[in-house]
Design a protein around this ligand. Structure first.
Ligand code: HEC
Ligand code: HEC
Ligand code: HEC
Ligand code: HEC
Ligand code: HEC
Length: 444
């Protein structure tokens, strides 16, 4: 009898412990709070001289910039189906909006207090100035440019129909920090935040060479800033990243060779893929912790049958429960390269299987098949947005000498860098930094 009571007591205490852990200690979201993004950007008035804060109205005069922004993921940061599904899973927490629709004008509620940093306990009131159409613009023009009735930008000598003000932040990466460096919270042990592009960039090669996020994500352009205005140096509002196969290809250089290249019958051949982060200023992949690459080798016969294969994954491995713990991170740092080796013994004689082919594919994944299925089944993911795509593909018949296959990445403004760049062998699997190279003329 007594024993039973003891056991009940212990189970009760454990239950209480778990309850307190999840309701008081462990945050409900996968990141911690920081002063800057804990709040929406305060309510903004429409500056004098223009009729609304809407991107479309800026587009009346800034047509080219508007057209670019419209194609960017920033413009889609609320309607993005992956965001919508995850947001639903997170109980449509207001905190997500502070980066995905950052202006107070774009949010249905005003948050007056977040007790003990617990976002689920936030004190809310309805926002009388909520503009749902502006919300659907996600990271809209005004989120970066409008403060206190003035349009801020990178120039000191604008002649505009609206008030303008020079703000040096536009030519600095501090502008991106608020949203692109998400910190970890209590009981969350990341090696950098969940979307922590910053620490992967600071102190690295490109940073030391004076690059900023804009150098690669907002390519330089010379054109009139507004219809009919003078030519100026400005930047394209594109922000391409992991949703754009072309941008991912810019980040990688892949070299495939065979040893010995003559492929003698009966001999073991070592196929080598040298994979280099040649064009991203940060780790590859970066941002959302779901992102990863797979590297696949296959020996295929003439009937398409796979005789032997080998697969590798590059990304971060995170334990999500009971605490968030980043166990492993084998992403490539800027300019780091890694060798992937695949050994195969050539048949003595061409047999029934006929001539063989080596198939090699590098795939970029926005999420796993299982995650995609979970989002569809449980959280209403709709649309058929691709969540993985190949960024390198080769099929080489193993009949004659094996050619050297090279797919070279490049980056906007980086022709010089890439011309000077010779990928160097940088270790096995765990990777090693390749020699840093000297870069001249960063912005040419
Ligand atoms: C009626 C036309 C018009 C509209 C509407 C308009 N602009 Fe402008 N804007 C201009 C002109 C003209 C300039 C100055 C161009 C120059 O000097 O080369 C300018 C300059 C700018 C600059 C540069 C400021 C600086 O000094 O660095 C920014 C940024 C800007 N506009 C953003 C916006 C945004 C955001 C909106 C919408 C909320 C908007 N504009 C709406 C015409 C307009
Ligand atoms: C994520 C932040 C962000 C958003 C959103 C944004 N801009 Fe900009 N904008 C910048 C940065 C950074 C620069 C400075 C580029 C440079 O160095 O010349 C800039 C520059 C400008 C300029 C000056 C010309 C130039 O190319 O430098 C204009 C005009 C402008 N933006 C208008 C807009 C309009 C219109 C929108 C919406 C359609 C918009 N911006 C959305 C960050 C943003
Ligand atoms: C107000 C918050 C905010 C600011 C400021 C901001 N971003 Fe973003 N950015 C986002 C959000 C949110 C997303 C993800 C949207 C989505 O995928 O739904 C994003 C996505 C991106 C992507 C990924 C595109 C892709 O295809 O996956 C790039 C690249 C990017 N931003 C670059 C920048 C750069 C460079 C700056 C600074 C000039 C900047 N951002 C400033 C919020 C912001
Ligand atoms: C040297 C060029 C370069 C610099 C500098 C750079 N990036 Fe990137 N970035 C890339 C390339 C190339 C990709 C595509 C590969 C990828 O998705 O990892 C990329 C991808 C991204 C993505 C998409 C990740 C995803 O999940 O889809 C984000 C977000 C991003 N960068 C943000 C930033 C921020 C913020 C900075 C500044 C701190 C920055 N980048 C600096 C080249 C650069
Ligand atoms: C501090 C700013 C910030 C906050 C807060 C934030 N995000 Fe994001 N989110 C970003 C940025 C920046 C990216 C782009 C990173 C990248 O592309 O890898 C992003 C990307 C995403 C993506 C990937 C979208 C895609 O198309 O693959 C999802 C999903 C997402 N966020 C969901 C959420 C949810 C849900 C919340 C709230 C629990 C949230 N975010 C809170 C800044 C933020």
């Amino acid at each position: 009898m007594k024993k039973g009571l003891w056991a009940l007591g212990i189970v009760g205490l454990l239950g209480l412990g778990v309850y307190i852990f999840y309701t008081e200690l462990r945050p409900v979201v996968i990141f911690g709070l920081r002063e800057d993004f804990s709040h929406a950007i305060p309510f903004q008035e429409v500056p004098e001289g223009i009729d609304s804060l809407k991107a479309e109205s800026c587009g009346q005069c800034h047509q080219a910039i508007y057209d670019e922004w419209k194609t960017s993921i920033h413009a889609n940061a609320l309607d993005d189906p992956f965001f919508q599904a995850y947001w639903k899973r997170d109980d449509k927490s207001f905190i997500c909006l502070n980066c995905h629709t950052p202006l107070q004008n774009q949010q249905p509620e005003i948050i007056t207090d977040i007790p003990r940093d617990r976002v689920e306990k936030a004190v809310k009131m309805p926002n009388p100035n909520y503009d749902p159409a502006l919300a659907h613009e996600g990271v809209t023009c005004a989120a970066c440019h409008v403060r206190d009735g003035v349009i801020r930008g990178p120039y000191e000598d604008s002649d505009a129909p609206h008030p303008t003000m020079y703000d040096p932040i536009f030519r600095s990466m501090d502008l991106c920090y608020r949203c692109h460096q998400v910190p970890s919270g209590p009981f969350q042990f990341y090696n950098g935040g969940p979307c922590g592009t910053y620490p992967e960039f600071e102190g690295q090669h490109y940073f030391n060479q004076g690059y900023i996020c804009q150098t690669c994500h907002m390519p330089e352009v010379e054109r009139p800033v507004a219809t009919g205005g003078p030519m100026r140096k400005g930047r394209k509002h594109l922000w391409r990243g992991g949703h754009d196969p072309e941008q991912v290809k810019r980040a990688i250089t892949v070299k495939l060779t065979a040893d010995p290249p003559e492929l003698p019958p009966g001999q073991e051949i070592e196929f080598l893929m040298e994979f280099t982060n040649s064009g991203a200023g940060h780790k590859l992949p970066t941002g959302d912790p779901d992102r990863f690459f797979t590297i696949d080798f296959e020996i295929v016969d003439q009937n398409g049958e796979v005789l032997e294969d080998q697969s590798h994954t590059m990304g971060r491995w995170i334990l999500w429960q009971p605490v968030i713990w980043e166990v492993w991170d084998n992403r490539l740092k800027p300019l780091q390269s890694r060798n992937y080796r695949f050994k195969y013994r050539m048949p003595q004689l061409a047999g029934m299987e006929g001539p063989l082919t080596l198939k090699t594919v590098v795939t970029y994944h926005i999420q796993t098949d299982a995650q995609n299925k979970m989002l569809r089944d449980k959280w209403g993911l709709t649309g058929n947005d691709p969540y993985n795509f190949p960024v390198f593909e080769s099929e080489i018949p193993l009949t004659g000498p094996f050619p050297d296959v090279v797919q070279r990445g490049y980056n906007v403004n980086h022709e010089k860098l890439m011309a000077a760049y010779q990928p160097q062998c940088g270790g096995e699997m765990d990777g090693k930094q390749v020699d840093r190279l000297k870069v001249e003329g960063k912005n040419s």
